[in-house]
Design a binder for this molecule. Structure first.
Ligand code: NAD
Length: 421
């Protein structure tokens, strides 16, 4: 494979576009509309000056891509990482549009990112980066325009800083300007666990189809941050057998099962799974290739590629992360009979409870946790049935079915709204 082909395979945007093209063709979408939907509405690049703790001035590059507002305001996470690129953010923004449409919530898609290494920055520096970024894109944000949420290396604190900065500019407190906030600032009960819970709900639905039992279902989770650790905890509590866990420092493997509550306590203290004594250590990529029923990648993108897809032994792939599988790997997994619950369905629990948070903020009326969880379950089960049923009816795999369902919903809104001249 040439370097160019390899880069193309690993590009999040290219993976999204390849699947989009297949789905749009299957739907018979006309060329003009298809091109429109494939392209983001707006791409904002900012260069943020930030005073560092030592007194020097540094400039950080950041992006916000707003892919679509056809079905409602833009919605999407904000990530901080040295590897952030505009191409990645562009692909993830489009995926957000499809994800919101798959679970049928009234949002379009967006994504943001700042090129920085949070492990090398103090809390004060991160706060100043976040506030200046928010101020730079202020006029494009807001409950009716674009609502950010946490993603890789951003959290409730980051959202609190964005909400406060936005509110200072508006001269009033606007809690619905972000989701994934702390509870005291208008966050929703159940939001922290929502993405992991959504992964489990979809896995449960697949188990029903296969007539598998939870206690004999072995699960491997790559990534032990917000999504991975919550999915592992909830699945452990529900009776699944978690035999492998990985994070950036490496993997842990134990065929008798890993004690997840004990691992969570360890990670709380040490900030890594490295050194935990409840399993054998294994490479973080190697963990994807072990014998299991469910593989749940919940770390980062492009970890299952044309190079290792044939080594995946799981029967069910639940994509907790965004874009963990590259487009060329899809065909290999399909040939091997792996049942894929694609990212835009499996990890949609997060944006669904973000939607609930936005609704609660606008109502000023907050729901008990069991109401949040019940409504999440209703939406996830209905989306799972919708995608799998659509795939069976149209004889396409689950990923293409999810894209087709989503593109069709967005396209119908555009047809009815028309194109403003
Ligand atoms: P996080 O920063 O909380 O955790 C990321 C985890 O992945 C950490 O344990 C980290 O050590 C590990 N990791 C990072 N790079 C790795 C690598 N190369 N190999 C192995 N492990 C690695 O992030 P998160 O919020 O849990 O998000 C994880 C993924 O889920 C991302 O793709 C994100 O876009 C997606 N996602 C998150 C949410 C959400 O609600 N947080 C919702 C939908 C999708």
């Amino acid at each position: 494979m040439s370097i160019e082909q390899k880069e193309k395979e690993l590009s999040v945007y290219e993976s999204m576009a390849a699947r989009y093209d297949v789905a749009a063709r299957q739907l018979g979408l006309d060329e003009g509309l298809s091109n429109y939907l494939r392209t983001p509405n707006r791409e904002i690049s900012v260069h943020i000056p930030v005073e560092m703790d030592g007194g020097t001035l540094r400039v950080f590059d950041g992006f916000r891509v707003q892919h679509s507002i056809a079905r409602g305001p833009c919605k999407g996470g904000l990530r901080y990482a040295p590897t952030v690129t505009l191409d990645e953010i562009r692909g993830l923004a489009a995926e957000m549009t499809w994800k919101c449409a798959v679970v049928n919530i009234p949002f379009g898609g967006a994504k943001g990112g700042i090129i920085c290494d949070p492990s090398q920055l103090s809390a004060g520096e991160l706060e100043r980066i976040t506030r200046r970024y928010t101020a730079e894109i202020f006029e494009y944000l807001g409950p009716e325009r674009d609502v950010p949420a946490p993603d890789m290396n951003t959290n409730e604190q980051t959202m609190a800083w964005i909400m406060d900065t936005f509110s200072m500019h508006m001269r009033r407190t606007v809690t619905a300007s972000v989701t994934g906030k702390p509870l005291d600032l208008g966050g929703s009960l159940g939001r922290r666990e929502a993405t992991g819970r959504g992964c489990m709900i979809t896995a449960d639905e697949a188990l029903k189809r296969f007539r598998w039992q939870r206690d004999s279902t072995r699960v491997i989770v790559q990534g032990f941050g917000n999504v991975g650790s919550q999915a592992a905890r909830l699945m452990y509590e529900a009776g699944y057998k978690i035999i492998g866990v990985g994070d950036i420092s490496g993997g842990l493997f134990n065929t008798s099962g890993i004690n997840i509550p004990r691992l969570l306590e360890y990670v709380e203290k040490h900030k890594t799974i490295k050194g935990f004594d409840g399993g054998d250590s294994i490479g973080t990529q190697e963990i994807l290739e072990q014998e299991c029923e469910i593989l749940l990648p919940a770390a980062t993108e492009s970890v299952i590629t044309s190079k290792n897809a044939h080594l995946v032994k799981a029967k069910l792939l639940v994509e907790g992360a965004n874009s963990p599988t590259t487009a060329p790997a899809d065909a290999i997994l399909f040939e091997r009979g792996v049942f894929v619950i694609p990212d835009i369905l499996a990890n949609a629990g997060g944006v669904t409870v973000s939607y609930f948070e936005w609704v609660q903020d606008r109502q000023g009326y907050f729901w008990p946790e069991d109401v949040v969880n019940d409504r999440l379950k209703q939406i996830m089960v209905s989306a799972f049935d919708g995608v799998v049923g659509y795939g069976e009816k149209h004889k396409v795999n689950n990923r293409i079915a999810a894209y087709m369902l989503a593109i069709d919903r967005v396209a119908s809104c555009i047809r009815v709204r028309g194109i403003y001249a």
